[in-house]
Design a protein around this ligand. Structure first.
Ligand code: SF4
Ligand SMILES: [Zn+2]
Length: 123
């Protein structure tokens, strides 16, 4: 067993909706059509979607994980308050100050702890 695997609890993978699926989840080139297909076929009904997404974010995985593609996870990794969820485009969000959480698909990301004051506005 690789050392890098020992730090990750991957028991959630036994409940994966996509286990045994005949599909390339880590393709050379990703596209929105395939992501949509993956969501509809597996991720939308998957009981371990949050664990899967978190794993991909923590370990910088490429491909389709937790109903997202690599580009969407790159957006999630950046700090910032957003008007829409970068994954499902819902505007229904909870803001804790530290984090924003999408009420629709349950993804979360680090928000802006202090709203930025535009340059020059403070005199
Ligand atoms: S969220 Fe999607 S990619 Fe992740 S385990 Fe579930 S079905 Fe598979
Ligand atoms: Zn969402």
């Amino acid at each position: 067993v690789e050392d890098s695997l020992s730090v990750a609890d991957v028991r959630w993978q036994s409940a994966a909706q996509c286990s045994g699926a005949d599909f390339e989840f880590v393709p050379a080139v990703e596209n929105p059509g395939d992501l949509y297909f993956v969501q509809g076929m597996w991720c939308n009904a998957c009981p371990v979607r949050p664990e899967c997404l978190l794993y991909a974010l923590l370990y910088n995985q490429e491909g389709y994980w937790g109903g997202t593609d690599t580009a969407e996870r790159r957006k999630l990794s950046k700090r910032g308050d957003r008007a829409k969820c970068p994954v499902c485009r819902s505007k229904a969000m909870i803001s804790t100050g530290e984090h924003q959480i999408c009420q629709h698909c349950a993804v979360s990301w680090a928000g802006d702890p202090e709203p930025r004051i535009p340059e020059g506005a403070a005199g």
